[in-house]
Write a protein that binds this ligand. Structure first.
Ligand code: FEO
Length: 393
């Protein structure tokens, strides 16, 4: 889209990717995404903060055409969706140094071929003057890569946050206009991109919260002119509180596991525990990731395939393990024809989840009254664990 003013002294180029449906060949994008680049105008200098994804090369070069002069190019994050057009910007603005964090230097050289002599490392907390405006660089490692940093301009009370506080949401809006929609998109984004680094994010949240800003300008999605909305959400997602919920991803091949799942949903509901079931044959894996942000318990349901866990269940368990949600309790249920190692395989797949395993209920063939009784006992154990845990609300 054409360059637009977002605040006096700041322009934005939003590369809105309306049709993109997958990121990293992994993450579903039901609402598309955007890649935002910002231009900050000071009395004695102009800075370009980030660029965009290479798929927008031609459009971006058209959009930035009015910006004839840039004194500094800031690379907050070396990943291609923010720095993929950096080589073109280095050519377009031959006198502008590329400012980046210490860890970004090597990445910009090896990932993007930026000449070493064009790179100037800025320290955490370092300030670079644009005359009447100042860029203060704030290292925010692991939000999303180790080299990531934010840029704070105090005179504009603006925090340029790159992936931090971002959302995969294609929109023509410059600012958040539908808070519920953006909350949903930002939570999905957090679950897929940020959740594995929650502990580091807590430290980075404290670091940026000490700054005085009333605008967050992220690298993806609309800007927040009410920053408390997204900062509070991040506190909630990274904090210790969990919901009195069970996330139940499952597969059923011939119906036995489904009978167990349906029975357990009812048994948990009768005990006041909400259940979010996900049939992995048809589910949006991003919705499953979102649900893991604040659930207290995960129960995995699987039939047995060649004595082992169903491949789609293995994929979901592996993904949950990578995403490292704060989930505290787990269990496995499922069925088999003649023998199964599925429970052991699932437990071995989720070492990153620091969970108490509340039990495993398996059945040979169709569930019997005894199996249903075991499911009742499992529901009792879940309800009791939630009730006794001060962080489950
Ligand atoms: Fe939006 Fe880590 O890239």
């Amino acid at each position: 889209m054409h360059i637009r003013q977002i605040r006096e002294g700041i322009d934005v180029i939003c590369n809105v990717d309306w049709g993109r449906r997958l990121f990293d060949s992994l993450i579903p994008l039901p609402d598309g995404t955007s890649y935002n680049a910002y231009i900050v105008y000071g009395s004695e200098g102009v800075a370009l903060i980030d660029s965009g994804d290479p798929c927008f090369r031609e459009q971006f070069l058209k959009d930035i055409e009015p910006v004839k002069h840039v004194d500094f190019i800031v690379s907050q994050h070396a990943e291609q969706d923010h720095s993929g057009l950096l080589p073109e910007m280095v050519e377009r603005y031959p006198k502008a140094p590329v400012l980046c964090s210490d860890k970004a230097r090597d990445m910009l050289i090896t990932h993007l071929g930026i000449p070493a002599e064009r790179i100037r490392v800025v320290a955490d907390g370092e300030e670079v003057s644009l005359g009447d405006k100042t860029m203060k660089f704030v290292y925010t490692p692991w939000v999303h890569w180790p080299e990531t940093m934010c840029t704070y301009v105090p005179e504009l009370k603006t925090l340029f946050s790159c992936d931090f506080f971002g959302s995969h949401l294609a929109t023509s809006d410059l600012f958040v206009t539908d808070a519920a929609q953006v909350y949903e998109a930002a939570k999905r984004y957090f679950s897929e991109i940020m959740m594995p680094f929650s502990k580091t994010i807590v430290r980075n949240l404290a670091k940026v919260a000490a700054l005085d800003f009333d605008l967050i300008a992220p690298g993806h999605g609309p800007a927040f002119d009410n920053p408390a909305m997204i900062v509070d959400a991040y506190h909630e997602w990274t904090g210790p509180k969990m919901k009195n919920e069970v996330v139940l991803p499952y597969i059923s091949m011939h119906g036995s596991t489904k009978l167990m799942v349906d029975y357990l949903i009812d048994a948990l509901a009768m005990r006041g525990v909400k259940v979010l079931p996900f049939d992995l044959a048809v589910t949006d894996i991003g919705k499953l990731a979102m649900s893991l942000v604040d659930t207290a318990t995960i129960i995995i349901g699987t039939p047995t395939v060649h004595v082992g866990v169903h491949p789609l269940v293995h994929y979901a368990a592996y993904l949950a393990n990578l995403l490292k949600p704060k989930v505290k309790y787990a269990a496995v249920i499922g069925s088999y024809g003649w023998g199964s190692k599925a429970v052991d395989q699932i437990v071995a797949t989720i070492p990153n989840l620091k969970v108490d395993v509340l039990g495993a209920v398996t059945c040979k063939g169709v569930p019997t009254a005894e199996v249903y009784s075991e499911l009742d006992s499992l529901a009792d154990a879940v309800a009791a664990a939630h009730k006794a845990d001060e962080n489950v609300v």
